[in-house]
Design a protein around this ligand. Structure first.
Ligand code: FES
Length: 175
């Protein structure tokens, strides 16, 4: 047998990691978002935060630049494995990988939270851990405001447990 790719997100993804099954997981992420739309769980009210796929505007070394999100929502740059999330005046950049075992996280628009498809850890829009097997919140990249853009340094990834002060401050507060 030459094709070991699972036929659906639920039947063989248990060992997936960002490096080994990245494309499959991103496909599953897209399918999940589409499924939520299909079953009527897509954002319908003012508080729902939609998902968009984005690419960096510019890339200078490890610094990736994105436009400041105009509205609340979640944006995913699959090429750089960056999640950009805005909620009110706050903007965060997260690693796409779940902090537990590196599975690509999904955005559950119906419940306004991130969820890991592997062990079901759940996180708030600011990345803070809600429940599941993970032992910390989502990892945050260093971010800064540069004019109308957000610059994300993908060489500086902070973990809530080991880099708590930096993790806490890895947020852009919009004027
Ligand atoms: S890999 Fe995400 S909770 Fe285990």
């Amino acid at each position: 047998m030459t094709d070991s790719k699972p036929s659906s997100p639920g039947d063989g993804c248990a060992g997936c990691t960002i490096g080994s099954r990245r494309e499959f997981l991103l496909d599953a992420l897209r399918a999940s978002a589409a499924a939520l739309v299909a079953i009527g769980m897509a954002p319908s009210g003012a508080e729902a935060m939609p998902l968009r796929w984005i690419s960096a505007l510019a890339s200078k070394g490890e610094e990736k630049t994105y436009p400041v999100p105009a509205t609340d929502g979640v944006q995913i740059d699959k090429d750089n494995e960056v999640i950009l999330a805005r909620n009110g005046k706050s903007v965060w950049a997260f690693a796409l990988a779940c902090p537990h075992q590196n599975t690509a996280l999904r955005w559950d628009a119906g419940n306004n939270r991130f969820q890991c498809p592997k062990h079901k850890s759940k996180y708030r829009p600011d990345g803070t851990f809600i429940e599941g097997r993970a032992t910390r919140s989502m990892d945050r990249y260093a971010v800064k405001l540069t004019g109308n853009n957000v610059a994300v340094d993908i060489d500086k990834l902070y973990q809530e447990d080991t880099d708590n002060a930096l993790w806490q401050h890895a947020v852009v507060t919009l004027p």
